[in-house]
Design a protein around this ligand. Structure first.
Ligand code: SAM
Ligand code: SF4
Ligand code: FES
Length: 327
């Protein structure tokens, strides 16, 4: 699909049913009916950055901050493995407390288990990425958020669009399965720029793409902005499936925040991955990137049971594999 074709589909509401069915068919044909579960550990909500949309931004003084240390991370990892997870995702704000040595220790410990490890800890130098890879990390998630450079710079004070892009190319060249993605519904974001986002995913040959609607958080500069549209986010996701047929695409938590059946609708419109939280209840509400986050009163076992029930109810099953892009 070229840019104009993507724009046409994004702007034409009469094609939605066709698009979602087609994305579902392409998903089934290329990655099958199995759903990969990734166990998510949100291990620190401390962040040095000021992304204007995010509740974890350093200028939010009202949030209660926390860090989960290595031993506790390993406990959640072990518990997740016992529940059948084959991938752990470590996610956090950009928190300098976890310097390279601390991260390497955690990575090595986790990789003593026969599971895949994904990191989502923000922008790092080439050498840091390289060290993480050497220690055993398999995948890295770093959303570009938007490929509209002007909008990117508006949304990210003191940050460089070029550096974010460079990080993604560095990750790819180091052999990480590289995940990126965008927010849908940022203020002043255009349909044209969403089309560019999808073309960028293709240009990078991203291995994973996470698409999330923007949800305004009251302790951020974007508190009075309109929220993103669930269906538009779903359309961006479905077109991404058509453009990159064999990649891993999560049904994102933000989609479920806007629509109570959001993850299941996403799984039937091109997605093949879900990332349930595997940490204990006490941290979930505190990792408040946006309000209305799901699963804040559940424990890991409840989420595991809940998501399995939903997946089975639509005739799909949970994968027992690590779920790499190929093989
Ligand atoms: N700090 C790392 C980073 O930014 O890459 C990882 C954690 S960050 C909380 C993960 C993702 O949350 C971001 O890539 C962003 O797209 C999403 N996010 C942050 N604020 C959001 C909001 N208000 N609505 C929807 N998604 C949001
Ligand atoms: Fe920090 Fe990530 Fe939130 Fe930006 S999106 S403020 S980098 S946690
Ligand atoms: Fe957490 Fe349903 S996945 S309660």
């Amino acid at each position: 699909m070229n840019k104009q074709e993507i724009i046409n589909i994004l702007s034409d509401e009469t094609k939605n049913d066709w698009l979602f069915k087609e994305a579902n068919r392409v998903r089934k044909e290329n990655v099958g009916d199995k759903v990969h579960l990734r166990g998510l550990i949100e291990f620190s909500n401390i962040c040095k950055r000021q992304c204007k949309y995010c509740g974890l931004r350093s200028e939010n003084k009202e949030i209660e901050r926390y860090r989960i240390l290595k031993d506790e991370i390993l406990l959640y990892t072990k518990n997740a493995i016992d529940m059948g997870y084959r991938t752990i995702v470590l996610q956090s704000g950009e928190d300098n407390f976890y310097d390279t040595d601390k991260m390497l220790e955690i990575i090595r410990e986790i990789k003593k288990h026969d599971i895949a490890l994904t990191l989502s800890i923000g922008e790092k130098t080439y050498d840091e990425f390289k060290a993480f890879k050497k220690a055993g990390a398999d995948r890295y998630l770093l959303r570009i958020e938007t490929t509209d450079k002007r909008l990117y710079e508006e949304m990210h004070p003191n940050a460089s669009y070029e550096n974010r892009k460079q990080c993604l190319y560095n990750l790819k060249s180091l052999g990480f399965e590289t995940g990126t993605g965008c927010l849908v519904g940022l203020p002043n974001q255009t349909i044209e720029s969403l089309a560019d986002d999808i073309l960028f995913f293709k240009e990078l040959d991203a291995d994973m793409i996470g698409i999330g609607p923007f949800i305004p958080h009251k302790q951020t500069p974007l508190k009075d902005c309109a929220k993103g549209d669930f269906w538009l986010a779903l359309k961006v996701m479905a077109i991404t499936r058509l453009c990159l047929p064999d990649i891993n695409i999560p049904a994102t938590t933000a989609m479920e925040t806007l629509n109570p059946n959001g993850r299941i609708i996403a799984l039937q419109s091109g997605a093949n991955v879900v990332m349930p939280n595997v940490t204990s209840k006490e941290y979930r509400a505190k990792y408040e990137i946006y309000p209305g986050k799901i699963c804040i009163n559940e424990n890991p076992e409840q989420c595991r049971g809940c998501i399995e029930g939903k997946i089975r109810a639509i005739g799909r099953t949970i994968s027992k594999e690590k779920g790499f892009r190929k093989g």
